[in-house]
Design a protein around this ligand. Structure first.
Ligand code: GDP
Ligand code: IMO
Ligand code: MG
Length: 423
């Protein structure tokens, strides 16, 4: 068995990009299985900082093949821009990047529908990244979508025009207006569709089956986080794909019994960008400090991320849904200097104390019940071994590990590739 999964256990931005990059040297193939350019995966190494949206985070390594799986939705405009941003690295994309024929395309009108839908919701808006994710997945499951493989088809133009016209009619049904220059959007889109044709577009599920047969090591890279999963997240404030482990099966064509390890990534605290419930959110100086020290601004939209204490109730839920076998704790360095650190162990609701996520946490008055742990003052960012960690930080890790009943194998103490410590 040669397939491992890596996914976020909170509301996204846990540090998936960094860890995929770190782990890539042990894998032959890195395969993104869902989401689209709503993702922003940040990598830092040798003084460079890179944000990837569609391209898997193994792209900087000399050998690994990177696959954009069928479960991903691709905006050709953003994809080509990402490719151009990578020009200084001289990457041979023909050898190192494969795109599934079955991945769905984000059209300009999908983005317009996303914007119109959000504008019409007023205060109830999801806080979408407005990249057209929801409308594209709706067309996929509604069996109207256009796939990457269709760009070579003789009836591409007809398909594109038909769907675009349908979207234009739908746009008329939304309240409120959004401003756009469709002609300009379409010109840019069609130019980038042409550019997309030059990439290696394949039956990625077959490629992955052959690779498994040949004993290659595969790492599936998730986007977003489990609490944004369309089924198990804080619905309706979620994204439109399966961000949990099952998404790797449907998004790559990997059989469930081929999956070995499931790496679950979490921050030592919690963040969320966009709307929706967040029981441990802080509106005080502590939250402000986390945001400032952790540089908590969205890698895709630049919006500031809401910050709060670690939520073990939510994490336990994510671990169960995904079958996590190993944990990776990110950004412990950001908590240096807090005299006390809180961890949510249960919720107090109108119906009593509960240790699992309620059906609709948005409608309930939820009060987190906290355990307080002593903090640490030391700067962790230069440390290279667990033996250097202050005792109270080691105690914090042990406490979480015991509560989650899952080993924490990696502790990250800074954004750089090198700031990664194995336990
Ligand atoms: P992703 O979407 O899960 O890949 O995460 P993002 O890249 O959106 O956000 C994580 C942010 O935290 C990025 O700016 C990373 O460079 C940064 N980061 C990752 N790990 C650490 C860490 O251990 N400490 C600190 N201070 N920053 C980190
Ligand atoms: P990565 O992969 C954090 C959030 C949006 C919004 C909701 C729906 O970088 O962790 P969508 O654009 O999908 O319609 O937005 O989901 N969201 C993310 N939050 N990290 C992400 O990706 C996200 N992708 C979507 O902010 O609340
Ligand atoms: Mg991100």
């Amino acid at each position: 068995m040669t397939v491992d999964l890596l996914l976020g256990l909170q509301w996204g931005d846990e540090g998936k990009g960094k860890i995929v990059d770190v782990l890539t040297s042990s894998y032959d193939i890195i395969a993104r299985f869902q989401g689209g350019p709503n993702a922003g995966h940040t990598l830092e190494f040798e003084g460079n900082k890179h944000v990837l949206h569609t391209i898997p985070s193994g792209i900087f390594h000399p050998k690994a093949v990177n696959i954009i799986g069928n479960g991903v939705v691709i905006d050709p405009v953003i994809f080509i821009q990402e490719i151009e941003n990578l020009a200084p690295y001289g990457i041979n994309f023909n050898e190192k990047l494969l795109i599934s024929k079955k991945a769905h395309l984000i059209l300009p009108t999908h983005r317009l529908l996303d914007a119109a839908s959000e504008a019409s919701k007023g205060k109830a808006k999801i806080g979408s990244t407005l990249k057209g994710i929801g409308p594209t997945y709706m067309d996929k499951t509604g069996r109207n979508g256009i796939r990457v493989g269709d760009i070579f088809s003789p009836d591409w133009d007809e398909k594109y025009q038909k769907l675009t016209q349908k979207h234009m009619d739908m746009l008329k049904g939304f309240e409120g207006s959004i401003e756009y220059d469709f002609e300009e959007m379409e010109t840019v889109f069609l130019k980038n569709i042409k550019a997309l044709k030059k990439f290696k577009i394949v039956d990625s599920e077959h490629y992955l089956h052959e690779a498994q047969k040949a004993g290659k090591k595969i790492l599936a890279e998730g986007a977003q986080g489990s609490l944004l999963d369309v089924d198990f997240g804080t619905y309706p404030f979620v994204t439109s794909s399966t961000t949990t482990a099952a998404g790797a099966c449907t998004g790559l064509g990997i059989a469930p019994n081929k999956i070995k390890d499931v790496f679950g990534i979490f921050k030592a605290y919690t963040t969320r960008v966009g709307s929706g419930p967040f029981p441990t959110e802080l509106f005080d100086e502590d939250g402000e400090t986390m945001g400032r020290v952790g540089n908590e601004f969205g890698a895709t939209t630049g919006r500031s991320r809401r910050c709060g204490w670690l939520d073990l109730v939510a994490l336990k839920y994510s671990i169960k849904i995904n079958g996590v076998t190993q944990l990776m704790m990110m950004k412990g360095d950001v908590l240096s200097g807090f005299s006390r650190i809180k961890v949510c162990t249960a919720y107090k609701t109108a119906t009593g104390v509960q240790e699992y996520l309620p059906y609709d946490i948005s409608d309930q008055d939820i009060h987190p019940i906290y355990e307080e742990l002593p903090g640490w003052k030391e700067d962790l960012t230069q440390m290279t071994d667990v033996n250097e960690f202050p005792k109270t930080f080691l105690d914090y890790i042990d406490y979480i590990e015991k509560a989650l009943e899952t080993p924490i194998k990696i502790v990250s103490v800074g954004p750089d590739r090198a700031q990664t410590i194995y336990r």
